[in-house]
Design a protein around this ligand. Structure first.
Ligand SMILES: NC(=O)c1ccc[n+]([C@@H]2O[C@H](COP(=O)([O-])OP(=O)(O)OC[C@H]3O[C@@H](n4cnc5c(N)ncnc54)[C@H](OP(=O)(O)O)[C@@H]3O)[C@@H](O)[C@H]2O)c1
Length: 356
């Protein structure tokens, strides 16, 4: 295996921490000796061993003189676990290949310490893939003004998210729905507009593998605080639900929701709402529609990634549009998003796009 193949493998291993390590990054590592894999590791649990230590511990024999390939710069600090650089130096590793430097000021400095110990360090291999994998973590470190925001929609070929009666179950197939439960587990919070809450009465939980380490916050954008208290978002685990209301929401509606245990945030607009969500602990948010909330978030430039599931059917003009309220722009002034991933989910297609 060459170093690039080892980095691809390390990125695959890193996904095993999805839903379990945030606010830490996803990290995978492979130890190579003369092109042979000696050990593999990943950061699998918050507070648990880091990928590099796990890979060294898994090595079946001596890795002296070998290469450690890792998706993130090894840490140099005593956190919940001892510094990875100490283990790397002690193992006699000669070369470290890291996709990304660690932007977290507390953990950074690993490369300098490795170089000081005479170890060769190279950055940048598959850096774009590594950055896409850890987008939420990188955002958290760089921007405290709002959570990292992803939009997820399951649409028809003609970009409809429900039929003319408002029914959206089910546009996509079982494989896509299984993917969505996996996806949810990696976020701090899930959000819908009140239109979707009313139409679908969603539970907004992650009911697959992995189980999220921290229970997900459920957020409803509902300016007038009209969320019916009979819906599951209020009737089941109301303490996990936050309603984002507008400044003019009637007091009695706010009090009725609060009395059930629902948390209320009052915000002028989406930007203010996201700031309040971040201040109250939400580092990543998956917006699951509907079309009006999606349009408002996109129009305000607040969506960092779009998970687009397209299903092979048409619903026609009377179907509910996937995005509403987006101002029109001339072709030469519109942003082109970058495809990060494209794959089949049963009969449906997943396209993951990042705003540049
Ligand atoms: N296929 C899918 O992936 C999918 C996903 C979700 C939903 N759906 C379907 O989509 C339909 C609902 O979509 P929708 O567009 O009617 O409703 P929606 O986007 O879920 O909710 C719209 C409502 O949210 C409230 N809201 C609060 N803050 C807002 C903001 N900043 N911007 C925009 N709206 C805000 C508004 O009511 P106030 O002004 O009263 O606050 C607005 O009327 C349902 O039929 C549902 O089944 C499909």
């Amino acid at each position: 295996m060459d170093e690039r193949e080892a980095m691809t493998r390390a990125l695959d291993l890193a996904w095993r921490g999805w839903g379990r390590v945030a606010p830490n990054p996803l990290v995978g590592a492979v130890v190579l000796r003369d092109g042979v894999v000696k050990g593999e590791g990943w950061h699998g649990e918050y507070g648990g061993p880091h990928a590099e230590r796990a890979a060294l511990a898994a090595a079946d024999d001596s890795v002296k003189g070998g290469t450690l390939v890792t998706t993130l710069e090894p840490c140099s600090h005593h956190g919940k676990t001892p510094p990875c650089v100490d283990a790397i130096v002690a193992a006699g590793i000669r070369r470290v290949v890291a996709a990304l430097p660690d932007p977290n000021p507390i953990a950074a400095g690993g490369a300098a310490r490795l170089r000081a110990a005479g170890i060769e360090v190279e950055f940048g291999m598959l850096a774009e893939q590594a950055a896409a994998q850890n987008a939420a973590f990188l955002h958290r470190v760089a921007d405290a003004s709002r959570p990292w925001v992803a939009l997820k929609l399951a649409t028809t070929i003609d970009f409809r998210i429900a039929d003319q009666a408002g029914r959206s179950r089910w546009i996509s197939g079982p494989e896509a729905r299984e993917f969505v439960h996996w996806l949810r587990a990696g976020f701090d919070a899930l959000a819908v507009g009140v239109g979707t809450a009313r139409a679908d009465d969603p539970a907004l939980t992650a009911r697959g593998e992995p189980a999220p380490r921290v229970p997900l916050r459920r957020v409803v954008f509902d300016r007038a605080a009209e969320l019916p208290t009979t819906l599951r978002l209020v009737a089941e685990r109301p303490e996990a639900t936050t309603v984002v209301a507008g400044p003019d929401a009637p007091d009695e509606r706010l009090r009725a929701l609060q009395a059930r245990g629902v948390q209320i945030l009052c915000a002028e607009d989406e930007t203010a709402a996201l700031r309040l969500l971040r201040e109250s602990g939400t580092g990543s948010l998956l917006v699951e529609g509907g079309g009006r909330l999606a349009g408002a978030m996109l129009a305000a430039g607040l969506v960092d990634r779009f998970y687009w599931i397209t299903a092979p059917l048409w619903l026609g003009d009377a179907g509910v549009p996937a995005v509403r309220g987006l101002p029109s722009r001339p072709l030469d002034q519109t942003e082109r998003w970058r495809v990060v991933e494209r794959r089949a989910l049963g009969g449906d297609t997943l396209i993951v796009l990042d705003r540049r």
